[in-house]
Design a protein around this ligand. Structure first.
Ligand code: BDR
Ligand code: CA
Length: 323
C-alpha cells in the first residue's frame, strides 16, 4: 500500500497493556499510517503513559517511528481514577526499565497533545481519524482550543462506553473505564460536528484473549514482541482471572485498531447516547435513548454493536506477530 491510500490515524491513548497491543497492531497494519501517538493519563499517570509509549516503540525498533506527545494529566473536571491495579503499577505489568531497549526520548515533542492533534488534523483536511483508546480528555481539549481545525477530522473513533452490557467500574458496573475517567470530555466530543464512532464493551468483550491460547501462539516464538506480549500481560490476565474468572483479557484497544483498518469488521448503529457527568454511582454511564418516542432522537454517534470475532482474532495474531 502506498502512503497516499493508507488511512491516516492519530492514536490517543493511556498505555496500558491493551493499548500496547493496539500500538503494535497499528504499526504492523499497512492499511494505517500512524501520524502520532498522543498520551493521556488514564490506566496510569501521564509520565508512565509517555514512557510506556516509548517502550513499545523501542521494542518495535522502527526506522520511522511516529512522534509522541504528552497530553492531559487529569480529566476536565472528574476526580482522578486509574487502573494501576489492573495493568500493573507502571501500566505494563511492572517489568522494570532493564527489560526494554534504550528509549528514544527525542520522539517526544514539546507540542502539547491537543495542539499537535489539531495541527495534524488541519494539515490533512478530511483525512485523519482520531482513534481514542483512553479517557477522551485530549480530544475534548483539542476541540475546545482549536474547533475549526478539529472540524476537519474525518472521524473520531473511540473505544469507550458500555451500551447494552454492564460497565467495568465497580461497584455497580454502570460505566466503562474510559468514559468514567472523563465523562465531561466524552459528552463534549459527542456534541461536536465530526462523526463519532464508538467501540464499547459490548463488542470488546466479544474479542477475549485466552491465556493458554496466547501462550501457545506467542510462546513458541523467539522475537521480543511475542515475549513482551506474554510478559507484560501476566498481571493484566491475573486481574481478569481473579476478578471475573476469565483466565485471559479482552482486546479492547486492539479492536479499535482492527475496526479502523477494516471498518466492515463491525456493524454499527446510529444512536443518541447520553453521558452521565454527575459525581455519583452512575458517573460515566453511556445511556442510549431507549424510550420509543425518543429512539429516533437525532443520533450523536455510530455505535459498534456486533463484531466479527473470528476475523478480528485472525487479524490480531497476524498483525501483532508481524507475520
Ligand atoms: C479501556 O480502559 C482501559 O483500561 C483499557 O486500556 C481500555 O482502553 C477498557 O475499558
Ligand atoms: Ca486504553
Amino acid at each position: 500500500m502506498t502512503s497516499s491510500n493508507r488511512k491516516k490515524v492519530i492514536m490517543d491513548m493511556d498505555p496500558g497493556v491493551d493499548d500496547a497491543l493496539a500500538i503494535i497492531m497499528a504499526i504492523h497494519s499497512p492499511e494505517l499510517e500512524v501520524l502520532a501517538i498522543t498520551t493521556v493519563a488514564g490506566n496510569v499517570g501521564i509520565d508512565h503513559c509517555v514512557k510506556n509509549t516509548l517502550r513499545v516503540l523501542a521494542l518495535l525498533d522502527l526506522e520511522n517511528p511516529p512522534i509522541v506527545a504528552r497530553g492531559a494529566e487529569k480529566a476536565l473536571k472528574a476526580k482522578p481514577h486509574d487502573a494501576a491495579s489492573v495493568h500493573g503499577e507502571d501500566g505494563l505489568g511492572a517489568l522494570g526499565d532493564a527489560y526494554y531497549p534504550e528509549l528514544n526520548w527525542d520522539l517526544v515533542t514539546d507540542e502539547p497533545a491537543a495542539d499537535l492533534m489539531a495541527r495534524l488534523v488541519a494539515e490533512h483536511p478530511g483525512e485523519v481519524t482520531v482513534m481514542a483508546d483512553g479517557p477522551i480528555t485530549n480530544v475534548a481539549e483539542a476541540i475546545r482550543r482549536h474547533p475549526k481545525e478539529m472540524a476537519k477530522a474525518k472521524a473520531i473513533q473511540a473505544m469507550t462506553g458500555a451500551i447494552h452490557v454492564p460497565g467495568n467500574i465497580p461497584p455497580v458496573g454502570a460505566a466503562e473505564f474510559d468514559a468514567y475517567c472523563d465523562p465531561d470530555a466524552l459528552a463534549e466530543v459527542l456534541d461536536f460536528t465530526v462523526p463519532v464512532f464508538m467501540v464499547p464493551l459490548d463488542v470488546t468483550h466479544a474479542v477475549p484473549l485466552q491465556r493458554d491460547i496466547a501462550q501457545y501462539e506467542f510462546g513458541r516464538r523467539t522475537d521480543r514482541i511475542s515475549k513482551f506480549v506474554l510478559d507484560s500481560s501476566v498481571h493484566y490476565m491475573d486481574f481478569y482471572r481473579d476478578d471475573q474468572g476469565h483466565d485471559g483479557c479482552y482486546l479492547h484497544d486492539p479492536l479499535n485498531v482492527a475496526i479502523a483498518a477494516f471498518p466492515t469488521i463491525a456493524r454499527t448503529e446510529a444512536m443518541r447516547i447520553h453521558v452521565d457527568t454527575s459525581d455519583s454511582l452512575t458517573r460515566g454511564l453511556t445511556l442510549p435513548y431507549h424510550h420509543p418516542r425518543l429512539k429516533k432522537a437525532e443520533p450523536n454517534c455510530h455505535v459498534a454493536l456486533k463484531v466479527d470475532t473470528e476475523r478480528t482474532m485472525r487479524l490480531f495474531w497476524e498483525r501483532v506477530r508481524g507475520d
